[in-house]
Design a protein around this ligand. Structure first.
Ligand code: BGC
Length: 734
């Protein structure tokens, strides 16, 4: 017995030593120690804050270059003046607009996330950047959350698997990532000061797990501290999050940088684990030098931050200044990746009587809606992409249907004029808008009448879904419901294509449209991908990464009345950059009362019927699931089943495995996603699918022991194509 323990210990020690040697950030430790020994305090502190808006300093004396950062997450942001947000107006910085986070997540495919990360990295390199400020991966807790379109999913496993793919894809190209925003940045309203009151279990199981996966499984080199507070402490000085969990527990070896303007103190941030204050030096400049001299911050703390920075600097080969920006950022190779992601992200929600794909008989096609011609690379607050090109839905359709059908387009509606900050829209402006809208409607009805099919292309836009503020409603904006109702009276053959990054209220749309397609903010190639799905060149294969509630009040935080919190002026866009005192003083609490019952976990457990469940998405072919078997191996559960494509075209299906623990001693959701796999099946063929679920995925956080536990006993395994429809079910015992 003793011998076995010794052998095991030896194995683990060798394993650990091996991991140390192969970690990409631990290849130059001795060299770094020597460099630090020779540095002055001022030189060290000079590295620990923004030099420019998007860089932090290297060591000039030693020829060690600065670290260059790039927003992320869905395309490399355009170049701006060194100390402002003013664009430089270059030509070479036109980048590929990749589908945004929720679109990537709708692919449910780590391989695609890998390519996405690779594509972003190739472009970042062309621009001379060392670290991408992405993946953005906070849990989509609220359907109204302003950055839902940037984030991945309401589920931690789906978010984590994709973040691992993205991180590996980018870092394999020698481009560092910066996972953001750590942690619990689940709302934009009051993000600059709101405090998350959250149970330890929900924090661990839901909100931290995706970060943990990307740090442990993909060696992510950077993490960005969120603006908000968790357990009463600013994230940027949160010892529990940054030192104890991220570094000590997960073994993170890279740099923690603040969100822009998200630093609030010198000693607190330095001791609390922050490495770099961005973008200025209010707290981690001279004040930090003084704090070290006074003894409030030990020199070892400074040295370890410099070490973290040098680790990243040594791991990432700098791009010479005269090489960067010599070629246009967007390249055919990366545009092809954007197409691939988009084509596998589109979700078919409804298709009565197989109205889609479009048939040869449909000769007269009406395209109606503002989003048919609107580009989505830029808009709203925060990072966007100045894209080299963006194929709109209308352009995509025109190209795909050239010579096959006639397309007539009507705008149908336009976004309402916006009042200036803090002001009301004038009555005259409102009247003018109503007049315009009436004319749009008239034209739309004329175009719809007599068409073989109406493709209504609406949804949200990048002003409606934006960083800095949450939506107040999920209602379709700009009177789209009314317009759809009117169109249905003159032509009932409507397919509604929703261009959006977050859920909308589909009650009216579902009443009047025979088909519903969710096509996201889908990037440079979005219009081509949409046209290929609508025309049936490819079968839709995206699945929802979040739940569509029937109505907003059904979603957990709204149902429990814990969101919205007391409104104090809504969004706070630039946080500490604009008015520091105001944000230091303001207080608001967000109570995460729903605990672990986020998203579908809530709907399934509380028996609330959603409009469309998490994981849902139709195909042009029927898939049949059969022959389920599951067996428990040493460290995993092997789930195997047959998947038959009973249609007449090749198609892909995202197969999903959920597990319930009915005899659990702790509160559990009815079931949770534990594994998934995207599978391609040829027409008429059957494939054997195996999903391997690490038993570790079944862990839960024990709040008494403050540790992960895996319960023994019965595990019910549900298999199917969404979180609410399980053609197969079995049980195993752990
Ligand atoms: C956002 C970050 C972003 C940073 C720099 C902040 O407002 O929250 O996600 O990386 O600005 O643009």
């Amino acid at each position: 017995m003793k011998k076995t323990i010794l052998m095991l210990a030896a194995f683990f020690l060798t394993g650990a030593a091996f991991a140390q040697q192969t970690h990409p950030l631990l290849q130059h430790e001795a060299e770094i120690t020597e460099i630090i020994k020779g540095m002055t305090l001022e030189e060290k502190v000079n590295m620990l804050h923004g030099k420019n808006m998007f860089s932090s300093a290297g060591i000039e004396r030693l020829g060690i270059p600065d670290i260059e950062y790039a927003d992320g997450p869905f395309g490399i942001r355009e170049e701006m003046e060194p100390h402002s947000w003013r664009p430089l107006g270059w030509e070479t910085d036109k980048a590929t607009f990749f589908p945004t986070g929720s679109a990537l997540a709708a692919t449910w495919c780590p391989g695609i996330a890998y390519e996405y990360g690779k594509g972003m990295a190739i472009e970042a390199k062309l621009r001379g950047k060392d670290m991408i400020l992405g993946q953005a991966m906070n849990i989509q807790r609220l359907p109204t959350g302003g950055r839902t379109y940037e984030y991945l999913s309401e589920d931690p496993l789906l978010s984590g698997v994709l973040a691992v793919g993205y991180t590996k894809g980018s870092q394999d190209q020698n481009e560092a990532v910066c996972l953001k925003h750590f942690a619990v940045n689940s709302q934009e309203n009051m993000r600059g000061f709101v405090n998350a009151n959250i149970s330890e279990r929900a924090l661990r199981e839901i909100y931290l797990t995706p970060f943990e996966m990307a740090v442990k499984q993909a060696d992510a080199m950077g993490v960005m501290a969120a603006y908000n507070k968790v357990w009463g402490k600013w994230c940027s000085e949160n010892d529990m999050l940054q030192n104890r969990i991220l570094r000590n527990e997960w073994g993170f070896k890279g740099i923690i940088i603040s969100d822009w303007g998200g630093t609030h103190s010198t000693v607190g941030a330095a001791i609390g684990g922050l490495d770099v204050e961005m973008p200025g030096h209010d707290y981690m400049g001279q004040a930090l030098v003084d704090s070290v001299k006074s003894g409030a911050v030990p020199m070892e703390v400074i040295d370890s931050k410099v070490r973290n920075l040098l680790r990243v600097r040594f791991a990432i080969t700098p791009v010479p200044k005269d090489v960067a920006n010599t070629k246009v950022t967007s390249q055919p190779e990366t545009q092809a990746i954007a197409y691939k992601v988009a084509s596998k992200s589109i979700v078919l929600l409804k298709n009565d009587n197989g109205l889609l794909p479009l048939t040869k008989k449909m000769k007269k096609i009406a395209v109606i809606g503002d989003n048919a011609t609107r580009t989505m690379g830029l808009g709203g607050v925060g990072a966007g992409v100045k894209t080299l090109y963006e194929v709109t839905p209308l352009e995509g359709l025109q190209k795909a249907l050239k010579g096959k059908a006639t397309i007539r387009y009507a705008r149908g509606y336009e976004p309402a004029p916006r009042a200036r900050w803090g002001q009301q829209l004038s009555e005259d402006a409102m009247k003018e808008y109503e007049k315009k809208m009436a004319a749009y409607k008239k034209e739309a009805l004329k175009v719809a009448k007599g068409a073989d099919i109406v493709l209504f292309i609406g949804g949200n836009n990048r002003e409606v879904e934006t960083e800095g503020s949450d939506r107040t409603t999920i209602q379709l904006p700009f009177q789209q419901d009314e317009l759809l109702k009117a169109i249905a009276e003159v032509n009932p053959n409507i397919v509604a294509v929703m261009v959006a990054g977050a859920p909308v209220d589909l009650r009216e749309v579902k009443n009047v449209a025979k088909g519903i397609v969710y096509s996201w903010f889908n990037g440079t190639e979005g219009g081509n991908a949409l046209a290929d799905v609508l025309t049936g060149k490819i079968s839709p294969s995206g699945k929802l990464p979040f739940t569509f509630p029937v109505k907003l009040e059904d979603s957990p935080a709204y149902a429990l009345g814990v969101y919205p919190q007391q409104e104090q002026g809504g969004g706070d866009v630039f946080v500490n950059l604009v008015n520091r005192d105001r944000f230091q003083e303001r207080k608001a609490d967000a109570d995460y009362t729903e605990g672990i019952l986020v998203g579908y976990r809530w709907y399934a457990t509380k028996n609330v019927k959603p409009m469309y469940p998490f994981g849902y998405g139709l195909s042009y072919v029927p898939f049949k699931y059969s022959n389920l078997s599951a067996k428990v191996a040493e460290s995993s559960i092997e789930v195997t089943f047959d998947l038959a494509n009973q249609g007449s075209m090749e198609a892909e299906e995202v197969t999903q495995v959920y597990i319930g623990r009915p005899d659990s001693k702790v509160e559990r959701p009815k079931y949770e996603l534990k594994g998934f796999r995207r599978v391609a099946v040829k027409a008429g063929e059957t494939t054997k699918v195996t999903v391997t679920i690490p038993i570790e995925n079944l862990r839960h956080w024990n709040e008494f022991q403050h540790a992960w536990n895996i319960e023994k006993g019965k595990a019910v395994i549900y298999v199917g194509g969404s979180s609410a429809d399980f053609p197969l079910q079995t049980e195993v015992t752990l």
